[in-house]
Design a protein around this ligand. Structure first.
Ligand code: GTB
Length: 215
């Protein structure tokens, strides 16, 4: 069955891999699944056809036969649940790997997203500059805790899992801020994720997609 995901017609990051289709591409590559990408413009995202797929008018979405999903977490959980390689077989280890998916999305990503809000939605406010160091400190607090747990292990809980895929994807969004480099174990962890052949393929594909010549 053909798998189709949606992505920005042209990502605002120009192909740096920061939009959330990259994490879905990465999971598909880890699972060895072929897929197609349907570009969606900002205008089309808010039109009924796309809203039918994604109630919040965003990317990524995932279609496979009758199934249509939105939310990168749900999509990656679906891929990981139905294909080997992204979740352990042992029931408890599997539950722990899923816990790391939630931790990445619910506990680590929210403070990181505050940087984007502060820069792009509140950048013109007189208090915006004062808010930045507060946000950076909240991020550091989370990264300290995460780094303490990871220690010098390769991955968060044994073998690489969808939990690591999500955590590395979330941490990658910090790269432009420089904060990640303050945490050598986490910087090395992200580099290990990026070095995976499946990530390399996903990154190259989204980069080619976002830098393709306009028709
Ligand atoms: N919780 C949802 C998920 O995990 O799938 C969040 C989806 C989401 O935020 N999608 C963004 C979107 O569609 C794209 S990824 N935005 C358009 C809109 O809301 O109208 C966020 C993103 C966008 C751009 C960059 N960038 O250029 O650096 C990075 C990340």
């Amino acid at each position: 069955m053909t798998i189709t995901i949606t992505a920005f017609e042209r990502s605002p990051d120009g192909g740096k891999g920061l939009a959330r289709d990259t994490r879905v591409r990465w999971a598909l590559e880890e699972a060895g699944l072929a897929y197609e990408v349907r570009p969606v413009s900002f205008a089309a995202m808010k039109e009924p056809a796309h809203l039918h797929l994604h109630p919040f008018g965003q990317i990524p979405t995932y279609e496979e036969g009758e199934l249509a999903l939105f939310e990168s977490g749900a999509i990656i959980f679906h891929i990981a649940s139905h294909h080997p390689g992204l979740l352990p077989d042992d029931t408890n280890a599997r539950a722990r790997a899923v816990t790391w998916i939630f931790a990445a999305l619910n506990t680590v990503e929210p403070p990181i997203l505050e940087i984007v809000t502060a820069k792009f939605q509140e950048g013109d406010k007189p208090w915006s500059k004062e808010r930045m160091p507060l946000i950076a400190d909240r991020i550091r607090q989370r990264l300290n805790q995460l780094s303490a747990r990871l220690g010098d292990a390769d991955w968060l809980d044994g073998a690489f899992s969808a939990g690591d895929l999500m955590m590395v994807s979330v941490l990658l969004r910090l790269r432009p801020s420089g904060i990640l480099d303050e945490f050598p174990h986490l910087a090395a962890y992200v580099a290990r994720g990026e070095a995976r052949p499946a990530y390399q393929r996903a990154f190259a594909d989204q980069q080619a997609f976002n830098t393709r010549p306009t028709a």
